[in-house]
Design a binder for this molecule. Sequence first.
Ligand code: C5P
Length: 229
Amino acid sequence: MHSQQKVGAVIVAAGSGERMGGGDKLTALLSGEPVISRVVRTFENCRLISRIVLVLSEANLERGRQLATAGGWSKVSDICPGGRRRQDSVVAGLKRLPDCAWVVVHDGARPLLSEDLIRRGLRAAEATGAAAAAVPVTDTIKVAGDDMLVRETLPRRELWAVQTPQVFRRDILTGAYNNLGDDVVTDDAAAVERSGQRVKLYMGAYDNIKITTPGDLALAEALLKEHGR
Ligand code: C5P
């Protein structure tokens, strides 16, 4: 990455949060701070990031704007509505970063990311133009059908649990999503893989968890305490 090339961040937080049991993930407090504020703060503090687009559900747009004002988020250039699927939300955010050569996509539901994870992602993406944070799986992973009968046990040493940040040259990611059509992907790297481009994995962090259920919030709180952050 050339030092003069701009890097934009797309933070997607427009999910319905169905699995939170009624609580709102966006504004749920983690060490007294809304989850999304913690995420944005990490990107604000990272010197490699020029601009941030925050993608929220329609219902949360106003709340998001209030948090931006209260937090003095100087890099947040857009707060825009997301779409039905995660990939629609990413595409909506990407459209707002036409001047950035590189984009870092991150789940708003992963508040424990570090600046280091962003920096290492940008470095990892240099050669291929696409990189995703990932950790080796610790469980054995099996493939089963609807009947719950095992079809296959995958070799664990080749398996990685993929996280965000995911870092891309903007033209590669935009092209991949343009070519995707109606196919559904659960992460951005998958769109790029399908377009035939190489994606590099780099070491993520086991504590970079995604807050999905109320239990995850308690776990994130415990992880924060443990690290004294
Ligand atoms: O649903 P999933 O766990 O993959 O969500 C990962 C991230 O994508 C979350 O931060 C969620 O808010 C976001 N998302 C989104 N728009 C959607 C669905 C998910 O921004 N339609």
